[in-house]
Design a protein around this ligand. Structure first.
Ligand code: SAM
Length: 215
């Protein structure tokens, strides 16, 4: 897998910083994981632009600065077990793999999971487990999680995911209708209940709840 030239990489990291990604661990992880391998075909030459791009199955790889801001909001520590709902290209999961002890990532589309898995193998990220399924139900067999990140927009934070978050845990999820601007929400779970923070406006493809998986 080829890396971008140093000038392109410098501009990429500059764009992240200028859009508010300031956490040094997150920036370091994003410096280590090149976006190029996760973008295919005619869009690959735009891999280092700060823009969302189309991937297979009618889905998108998110804008890098939004990936950085969501990762930063998740406050991942090296001891954490993280669940990502919405593998897509695998880019977000690969960055999380540099920050957490273990990452589970799930997507409805078998093709996306298959392709992402090949990149995780090539990048030697043995702490990522990728699965096909409806992530709106979470992963009861592996729960509870220290951190949960949802990379598709839900109408409300899904109940099963809130239930699978540990006390002290954090979930980051875009909330709102799929055809409008949504709000990125951070949920903190404590022994006393749930606290919600509204972080910023975002635009994501919908989290399709209760529809099962697709080939
Ligand atoms: N995190 C991805 C990346 O780094 O490329 C981008 C995710 S893309 C914006 C949203 C993904 O959520 C799509 O791949 C879509 O198939 C997936 N998705 C939507 N509803 C889902 C569900 N209920 N369960 C699992 N995945 C779902």
């Amino acid at each position: 897998m080829t890396s971008p030239d140093p000038e392109t990489k410098m501009q990429f990291l500059f764009a992240l910083r200028s859009r508010g990604v300031t956490d040094s661990r997150v920036l370091e992880a994003m410096e280590q994981i090149d976006r190029g391998p996760f973008v295919r075909g005619i869009f690959s030459e735009r891999a280092y632009e700060d823009t969302p791009l189309p991937i297979a199955c009618g889905q998108t790889i998110s804008q890098p600065s939004v990936v950085g801001l969501m990762t930063q909001a998740l406050q991942v520590s090296p001891r954490d077990t993280v669940l990502e709902v919405g593998t897509g290209s695998g880019y977000q999961a690969a960055i999380l793999a540099k920050l957490a002890r273990r990452v589970y990532t799930i997507d409805r589309h078998a093709r996306l999971v298959r392709e992402a898995r090949m990149i995780f193998d090539a990048l030697q990220l043995p702490n990522v487990t990728s699965l096909v399924g409806d992530g709106s139900f979470g992963l009861p067999d592996q729960a509870p999680f220290d951190r949960i990140i949802v990379t598709a927009a839900a109408e409300d934070p899904p109940g099963p995911l809130l239930a699978q978050l540990k006390p002290g845990g954090i979930m980051v999820v875009p909330v709102g209708q799929s055809d409008t601007v949504q709000t990125l929400i951070r949920v903190r779970k404590s022994e006393d209940g749930l606290d919600y923070d509204e972080l910023r406006p975002v635009r994501f493809v919908p989290l399709l709840e209760g529809l099962g998986k697709e080939a």
